[in-house]
Ligand binder design. Sequence first.
Ligand SMILES: Cc1ncc(COP(=O)(O)O)c(C=O)c1O
Length: 385
Amino acid sequence: MTLPDRARRVLPGGNTRTTLFVPPNPPYAVRGEGAIVTDHTGHRVIDCNNNYTSLIHGHAHPEILDAATEAARSGTAFGLPTRSEVALAEHLRERTGIEQWRFCNSGSEAVLMLLRAARARTGRDLIVRFDGSYHGTGDAVVSPEAPGVVSESVLVLPQNDLEAVRKTLRAHGERVAAVLIDLMPNRAGLTPADPAYVAELRDLTRKYGALLAVDEVITFRLHEGGLHQRYGIRPDLVSVGKIIGGGFPVGAVGGSAEVLSPFDPRTPGPVSWGGTFSANPVTMAAGLTALNLFGTKEIADLNHRGDELRKRLREGGVPVNGSGSLLRLITPDTTKLWWALYERGVLTGTNGLLALSTPMTPDDVEQVAEAVLTTLGGASPDAIG
Ligand SMILES: Cc1ncc(COP(=O)(O)O)c(C=O)c1O
């Protein structure tokens, strides 16, 4: 039996993450080293997926491995808090200016925690979010029509429609706990939000006493303190994940001590939120090392490389969105695109997402550009359309 056959026997559809499925079945990864992944057939690809943007330093970065191994040798998880969560929270505070943090194991969980914090803090029930933005797998943030979903007290508005926000807040403002936004939503096309729109959202939420919550799970890599800092706004809550775990499972919510006070067990009637593996020392140590290796200079360099690549692709007739180190190729047939690039030695997201990582060499980026231009470029004989 082949590996995909064995997989389909024991896993619905042959794997655990819907986002990794490409028909008829994706290859299986067996090894990652720096910017290169080798699959179960021995095919080697430049990894522009980077576990959906989370591996900012690629695979098996020696310093991150050392930090994780050293942490693991002293115990992988405890029924006590550890120093390592204090250290990562201190780093995040210094990096972002956001006062307090609470860790969990995924971005999805971070968004759930963020929504719980918003509702507990304001005593209100409604959440406003925007159609097409992805915020993980929680019922409140997926389509209310999706099978198995019960989504209550969530108002889903069109993207970039200030009038819809104004109207909703006029009608329900006193019930809205939070407005949740991703400033460059991947699934909605990876187009950065308009600064005037974001500034107005900040003003409107303040006016109605609702919290402004920014989901930075993907966008945190674009600026030292998260993409919101480029907009010059201060959100009340942020959710982060991906790169802050150094390649290990992670999520976190940040906010002022006041906004996160419902989680403080010393207060009357606190929110109870556990998580057996939350803030485990292996993730915390790997995350801290990864972030220490990704300061202002490294962020600017990687963003510059992304901007150059985007420019080159656009000049070659390829429709591409995004900002800095995150790119999104726009094509109607993403499956065909995925396979064409994979066969040309480039691993992308199944929706045309590319995320650069620090170990990529100029040659790697050149090879990526060539593969995309050959596959999607205006003059290409096999342009996907
Ligand atoms: C903006 C955003 N929020 C939340 C999530 C969920 O994160 P995770 O996959 O770690 O649960 C994602 C995942 O891609 C995301 O892009």
